[in-house]
Design a binder for this molecule. Structure first.
Ligand code: PXL
Length: 286
């Protein structure tokens, strides 16, 4: 086999304004030395959090693109899906995952934030996302998405460790080996990123500094660094640590400029952090 670096097929939209999905995933993974092969699902002038945006749906591009990669016998080390514009796009994403059973399969079940589903996410689309997570090796919901997937109310108070652990296990029961939940506020630990690896039975927690703001594309950044770390050989807690640390750095940078949340994270000046090798050990057992 030809020697090459790691390659990720990213089944994601590209939004002009607002730094999310491919405009975050490509720079982040490239800085980590991982090649991104974009499979664009839609082109938007700005993400759906803007009052106005124009969009061109690329659903009919997904199947021929997959067929082309199959004909070429293209190998992918990872297939990674995120924001989905329709149920049909989820069916095509399922075909991608099934076509590459040996790849690391990552589903970021993008559906909402802050306790609410995004405007374009109907009940049916959320139900279909529940189908997509069952084929993944790793899922990275935020707390809102975890609640939607489990049919639970968004927690109105900080969660106890026993409760968040049971959410992690119940999500893993859907068929996923590794579950990482972001933006979970814990009674014993504050704002945290938590993870569970079913094979080893281990639970992990990374503490996050609270910043009174949220920005679009934060979940895309977290998942991208997590994937880059895992593909480069990080253990799960170290990859979670790397993803949290870089995301926190970008959040704090952006917060200092007081730009609107819609603009996303000011990552451009921070990319060198990813190109160097950071020794990390800020994880805890959950
Ligand atoms: O970051 C998630 C995301 C990705 N793509 C589009 C979005 C969003 C979140 O709103 O609108 C188009």
């Amino acid at each position: 086999m030809m020697l090459r670096g790691k390659r990720v097929a990213a089944i994601q939209d590209i939004s002009g304004l607002g730094r999310c999905s491919l405009t975050v995933i490509i720079p982040v993974l490239s800085a980590m030395g991982v090649q991104v092969c974009p499979v664009p699902t839609a082109v938007l002038s700005a993400h759906t959090g803007y009052d106005e945006f124009v969009m061109r749906d690329l659903t009919d591009y997904m199947k021929p693109a997959l067929e082309h990669y199959r004909r070429m016998k293209t190998e992918f080390d990872c297939i990674y899906s995120g924001f989905m514009a329709s149920e049909e796009q989820i069916d095509h994403a399922l075909d991608f995952f099934r076509a590459y059973p040996g790849s690391l399969k990552v589903v970021d079940p993008v559906m909402g934030d802050g306790g609410k589903a995004y405007a374009t996410y109907t009940k049916e689309l959320c139900r279909k996302m529940g189908e997509l997570v069952t084929v993944a090796d790793i899922i990275t919901p935020n707390l809102t998405e975890a609640a939607i997937l489990l049919g639970e109310e968004y927690p109105s108070a900080p969660m106890m460790n026993t409760q968040i652990k049971s959410w992690l296990v119940r999500l893993s029961d859907k068929g996923t080996r590794t579950v990482v939940i972001t933006s979970a506020e814990l009674a014993n630990g504050g704002m945290s990123t938590v993870g569970f690896d079913r094979e080893s039975g281990s639970f992990w927690r990374i503490g996050n500094d609270y910043v009174p703001a949220h920005y679009s594309g934060t979940g895309d950044m977290f998942a991208s660094v997590l994937i880059g770390g895992l593909l480069k050989g990080d253990s799960l807690p170290i990859a979670m640590n790397r993803a949290s640390a870089f995301t926190e750095l970008c959040i704090k940078t952006t917060f200092s400029y007081q730009v609107p949340w819609t603009e996303g994270l000011m990552l451009e000046g921070q990319l060198p952090w990813l190109t160097g090798y950071q020794e990390l050990s800020d994880y805890r057992k959950l």
